[in-house]
Each structure stands twice: as C-alpha cells, then as structure tokens.
Design a binder for this molecule. Structure first.
Ligand SMILES: [Zn+2]
Length: 266
C-alpha cells in the first residue's frame, strides 16, 4: 500500500530560517514507485532520521517544483545519495528548465552524470516514472518557473498544488484527484502575493472535490492560527475531509483510495 510522508511542513522564509517546522521535502510512494518532491533544507537528514529511515537509494526520481531555496537546497546531495554516492548511474530528475540552465541553475553540473535521465517540465507534457504518470501544471510564482503536479498511479490520482498565486482556473487542472495536497502559506488573503491563502485553498478543494485534502507548507499566520483547527474547520464547512500536515505525518493510501483497502469480492 502506498503512502505520502511529509518530512517537513515549513513554508515561508521566517518559518524556514528559524526551523519552526522542518523544511524537508515529501516522500511519495505509489505502487512500487518512490518519488521525492522538493528537497528543501534538511531533507537528507529528515530521511535518515525518519522512523523507519527512508533510503534515497530506493528513490526512482527526485521532483523539483521550482528552484526557490526551501524547495531545492538538498537537491544535489540527494541526487548523489540516490546514485549511491555517484558510484552508479541511478534515478531520474524532473525539474523546471531554469533549474538546469540560465542565471541561477541549482543543479550542479558535476552531479548531473550520476542521473540516468533528466527531464524538464513543460505544461501539457507527460512523464513516466515506474508505475506512475506525472503531468506538470504551470503555476504563477515569482520570477521562476514553477509547476504543480498531477500524478496518476495504481493508488489513484494524486495532486500537489505547490507554490502558486491563485487563479480561478487552477482547480480544473487538478480534476479527478483523490488526494489533493496544497501549499497554503497564508491564513488570510492578501493582494499580490504569489502564494495560496486558506480561503483560496478552500475554493480549490471545493471545486476539485477530492476524497482527502491536505494543507502543508505553512507560514507564520497559518502556524499561529493552529493548522489543525483551521483544517478541521475548513473540512466541516466544505463537507470534505481536510487535514493539516505535521512534520513526519504519513498518509496511507487507504485514506484516499478506500476501495483498495478492502479486498473486492469476486
Ligand atoms: Zn516558492
């Protein structure tokens, strides 16, 4: 049975710099395919300290949604770890083009040959890793290329709405997601911010109608507001289960793909 494990849930500079929450990425295991999304600062440490420890050597791919520090700091060490210290070519890296080229490529050239393949996200594209199919969704987020992800897997469709400015058509790209994970930095809406706030997350969740929605990537206003209570309140209002991620939270696929948890009668 697959699962998603949140190694870190920090989402704004203040929260990351003070490590009020860990800033590690998300381990995604669907069928036999293992992915790591957005290896922010401390990801390797949190993988190894996880109970049971998670082994980068078991990863099939590292996924970068965008190059901001809290999403990409550990990408190089994890590429190396996934490739057994660089002693074998192993695994894939799926990343925006500006992670590899341009003024500020965050993926060092010397680790690139450790990878079996590197693919760059393009809106409308489709990528295969093991048993899963990944479709990137173009997001609006500062002056970097940014993508959310729709992952089709043996355990249903899973969506990751990573950092983005709200737009009314966002929800349509995540249609059919049984599990929807949203980066919600702000508790209250503010104009001209490149992040989702809680009311906008609610709007998206209502439109997509997943079996389970998870809020993560919290800024200070969310943390002060008590994410658990905020998620609970939102879930009650929408009539859809909404939970707040905590560092180390593991969500079993049975929670969003319940049909798989029960053996079907022939
Ligand atoms: Zn960002």
């Amino acid at each position: 049975m697959g699962y998603v494990k949140f190694l870190g849930t920090a989402g704004a500079r203040f929260v990351v710099a003070r490590q009020l929450r860990f800033s590690a990425g998300t381990w995604i295991e669907l069928g036999e395919t293992r992915l790591l999304l957005d290896p922010g600062p401390g990801t390797l440490l949190r993988l190894r300290k996880s109970r049971p420890p998670l082994d980068p050597l078991k990863l099939d791919a590292i996924l970068l949604s965008h190059t901001h520090l809290d999403h990409s700091t550990d990408v190089n060490i994890l590429v190396e770890a996934m490739a057994d210290g660089g002693y074998r070519r192993r695994g894939a890296l799926l990343a925006p083009a500006d992670a590899l080229e341009g003024d500020d490529p965050v993926v060092l050239r010397y680790v690139r040959p450790f990878l079996e393949r590197i693919e760059t996200w393009q809106a409308g594209g489709e990528h295969r890793v093991g048993e899963v199919k990944i479709r990137p969704v173009a997001h609006r987020h500062g002056n970097v290329e940014a993508y959310g992800l729709v992952v089709d897997s043996p355990e249903g469709r899973v969506g990751f709405i990573t950092d983005t400015r709200f737009s009314p058509d966002l929800a349509s790209h995540y249609a059919g997601c049984a599990l929807l994970v949203l980066n919600v930095v702000l508790k209250d809406w503010k104009p001209d911010v490149d992040h989702l706030a809680l009311p906008q997350a609610g709007e998206i969740i209502a439109a997509v109608g997943p079996r389970l929605a998870v809020l993560t990537h919290f800024g200070t206003t969310m943390l002060r507001g008590n994410p658990r209570q905020l998620a609970l309140g939102l879930g009650e209002r929408l009539g859809i289960p909404v939970v707040a991620a905590a560092d180390g939270l593991t969500l079993d696929a049975a929670g969003w793909a319940p049909a798989l948890a029960v053996p079907t009668a022939e």
